[in-house]
Ligand binder design. Structure first.
Ligand SMILES: Cc1cc2nc3c(=O)[nH]c(=O)nc-3n(C[C@H](O)[C@H](O)[C@H](O)COP(=O)(O)O)c2cc1C
Length: 369
């Protein structure tokens, strides 16, 4: 119970008013201290958030847990590696350069081949190779075809790659296509701007749904669209945790503050969880939110294109909701909720807020310094 509520509940009536005014004066004083300490200088704000205000604790604990997990993951056989994804992406960028050099990626090719060997070692012989493994294999093959193997480090890495590759060749490969840089087929018609505008105008945050399940294969189609979203170095550091069991949905949807009044009618919810284990450095701590949100938007557009409505739901970093969500979803320390998305078939007669959008002139500026 907060001090304010304790005073309200336990004090005798005649003391309540003076106590409340004392409390308000104290809050005003501490708020002004807060403001001056927290905005004084980087050092004083560091002190403030270290000694007085603990709001950032979970964030930096998450970042630290992510760094530790990143390092640990590099020691274990696993079918996926965030470092491998990043480095294969870098190799592809090197391969598409117009004036490609005969020696490039010298500073990261050693860990890239090590990671490839580690990922392939997690596969039993004869099992289907996953997309990440095929992509890494194909790009590394093209890389070693392209570079000057007389360089001793490249030569050594090439030998290691060939050894690991023999294990890859004992896996089944379902995809016929090679997963390497390609020229896009620009004759395929994309959605027109009119269609895209119509979809964007039709999508609204919907808060009244029919009591009717959304087929999972339709949700999978929307996830497949979300998966095509851009992500920093193609790491895709998130997972969509989907819930369509009525009881579980209710447990989850009651945790964020923004579902009051409509949460009990939500038939399904996606929780987008970011994984800080994708990064060895603090500088990248915001990418889970950027990548997770880009995927979220694609997901909502894809749902809408199939007639399924949705509503993004804010996830605030505050107790007790954080602890409850962590326990309920069994989240690791580096896993942070990016946002929730309620989804379902819209109630046809349900109203949606108008939600006027800011005018074009307010939203964009060209060449203004
Ligand atoms: C990150 C984010 C968090 C949101 N959180 C909530 C929420 O907690 N509760 C809610 O009812 N709507 C929430 N919304 C929906 C917004 O209220 C809505 O997008 C906005 O009012 C514009 O309306 P529109 O989506 O229909 O265009 C959220 C939207 C976003 C993008």
């Amino acid at each position: 119970m907060s001090i304010k509520n304790a005073l309200k509940t336990h004090l005798p009536g005649f003391l309540k008013t003076p106590a409340q005014s004392l409390w308000q004066r104290w809050r005003a004083t501490t708020t002004s201290w807060d403001r001056s300490i927290s905005t004084g200088s980087p050092r004083s704000s560091g002190f403030y958030y270290f000694a007085i205000n603990t709001s950032f604790d979970r964030e930096h604990r998450g970042v630290a847990a992510g760094k530790a997990r990143f390092a640990r993951d590099l020691t274990e056989a696993s079918r996926s590696s965030f470092r491998l994804r990043r480095n294969i992406h870098r190799l592809e960028k090197g391969l598409i350069m117009p004036n490609r050099r005969s020696i490039f990626a010298l500073d990261y090719i050693v860990p890239t081949v090590d990671d490839f060997a580690r990922v392939v070692s997690a596969y039993e012989e004869g099992t289907d190779a996953g997309s990440e493994l095929i992509w890494a294999h194909d790009v590394l093959s093209d890389y070693f075809d392209a570079v000057d193997l007389s360089h001793p480090r490249l030569n050594e890495c090439h030998q290691k790659f060939l050894a690991a590759r023999s294990r890859f060749e004992r896996c089944a490969r379902r995809a016929n296509r090679r997963f390497v840089p390609f020229a896009r087929d620009l004759t395929v018609e994309p959605a027109t701007i009119d269609q895209l505008t119509a979809l964007s105008v039709r999508r609204r945050s919907v808060r009244s749904y029919q009591d009717r399940p959304v087929p999972r294969d339709m949700v999978d189609k929307a996830i497949a669209v979300a998966a095509q979203s851009p992500s920093a170095c193609n790491r895709q550091p998130f997972v969509f945790r989907l819930f369509d069991d009525r009881e579980l949905v209710q447990k989850i949807i009651s945790l964020p503050a923004g579902t009051k009044g409509f949460g009990n009618g939500v038939p399904a919810v996606a929780v987008i969880v970011g994984r800080l284990r994708a990064y060895p450095l603090e500088r990248d701590r915001h990418i889970i939110y950027i990548d997770g949100s880009l995927a979220a938007m694609s997901f909502m557009f894809a749902l809408e294109s199939m007639g399924i409505a949705s509503c993004a739901i804010n996830w605030a970093d505050e107790e007790p909701a954080e602890s409850n969500m962590k326990a309920l979803l069994n989240l690791d320390d580096d896993e942070r909720v990016v946002m929730l998305i309620a989804y379902g078939w819209p109630e046809p007669t349900g109203l949606v807020p108008f939600s006027a959008k800011r005018d074009l002139e307010e939203l964009r500026e060209f060449n203004i310094l």
